[in-house]
Design a protein around this ligand. Structure first.
Ligand SMILES: NC(=O)c1ccc[n+]([C@@H]2O[C@H](COP(=O)([O-])OP(=O)(O)OC[C@H]3O[C@@H](n4cnc5c(N)ncnc54)[C@H](OP(=O)(O)O)[C@@H]3O)[C@@H](O)[C@H]2O)c1
Length: 302
């Protein structure tokens, strides 16, 4: 039985859900963040320590690992710059840091490591994001062969940035010009992803395995935007952009620091769906988007 866990990148969307579940099981949870302010929603939880740390600093990372029974790496970025095989931001967050966390856990003798990668990560994937996630998996496996790796499709739930971003966009835009409208996704509920991570920490049979995580149904990007419009009462005309205009929109948004980059568009050229259909380990029951999303998307603040 484990009694403690270190969550690296634990102040983010998924990490916060994992932290709450671990606290619910009575574990002592250390959340490492670059800014304590980011984790203020976790500070009041009874058995959580929020620690501001630079996890690139080997000594700081080693200190965080002392006395932990498990480590979960939840660090990820959607914008990491351009370059071959991936931009510098992706190299740092997805590859370098993933290897550092895995090595630190191994050197500290921690028996259990869970690492969150991404569905369709591959060395020959079309985007730097997906190529760097694949390189990160390799770095983790090299340093800590028994790590459990998770590859979720896009994750939805309270605090997500995906559907919530559409909800905000629909609030102000009378018409939505949508890049890559036919891109495929199989969204998975954050509660299911967090449960899978927590189960992996307590089930020895998950050591060394890689799990894809997908929800019950596939959707096109257009369907997801239209669904968000129905749930929020903001039905708008969604105009799908052809490839050249999708590219131009992504380039423009990338240049102004908007919510999309050309690399994101490249990621969307691969169907983000599980080959085996709905995929969840540990007998978890997949929650449907339709049953969960209205509870948080319909809030007036969205
Ligand atoms: N959300 C999705 O739809 C989705 C889908 C597939 C895979 N994933 C993967 O799941 C994991 C968690 O995602 P999330 O949605 O919870 O992301 P998130 O809310 O953005 O949280 C990511 C965390 O990464 C940390 N981080 C980012 N860049 C960093 C850097 N350069 N140095 C140190 N820390 C850094 C942040 O820590 P601070 O607290 O220090 O800011 C943040 O807490 C990521 O690996 C992501 O790639 C997510």
């Amino acid at each position: 039985m484990i009694e403690s866990a270190l969550l690296v990148g634990g102040a983010g969307f998924l990490g916060s859900h994992v932290a709450r579940r671990l606290v619910g099981r009575g574990l002592h949870v250390t959340v490492a963040t670059r800014r304590r302010e980011r984790a203020k929603h976790l500070i009041l939880l009874p058995t959580v320590d929020v620690v501001e740390a630079d996890v690139f600093d080997a000594a700081a990372l080693a200190r965080l690992c002392v006395g932990q029974d498990a480590v979960v790496n939840l660090i990820g970025v959607l914008k990491g710059g351009n370059g071959q095989p991936y931009g510098d931001g992706f190299a740092r967050a997805h590859v370098d840091l993933a290897g550092r966390v895995a090595r630190a856990a191994w050197l500290a003798g921690i028996p259990t490591l869970a690492h969150v990668s991404a569905l369709k990560a591959a060395a020959d994937a079309p985007s730097g994001y997906l190529r760097s996630k694949a390189a990160g998996e390799t770095a983790v496996r090299t340093a800590f062969p028994e790590a459990t790796i998770f590859r979720p499709s896009v994750v939805f739930g309270d605090g997500d940035s995906f559907l919530t971003m559409f909800a905000r966009l629909l609030k102000y835009a009378p018409i939505v010009p949508l890049a890559s409208p036919d891109a495929r996704f199989q969204p998975v509920w954050v509660g299911n992803v967090a449960d899978a991570v927590v189960e992996a920490l307590v089930r020895p049979e998950s050591a060394g395995r890689t799990f894809e995580l997908c929800g019950p149904r596939e959707y096109s990007l257009r369907e997801l935007v239209e669904f968000t419009g129905r749930v929020t009462g903001r039905r708008r005309l969604v105009v799908g952009l052809p490839p050249a205009l999708s590219w131009a929109q992504a380039a423009m948004l990338e240049a102004v620091g908007g919510p999309m980059t050309r690399d994101n568009l490249r990621s969307m050229s691969v169907p983000n769906v599980c080959e085996t259909g709905c995929a969840l380990p540990f007998e978890l029951a997949a929650a449907a988007l339709e049953d969960v999303a209205s509870s948080y998307l319909a809030r007036p603040s969205r």
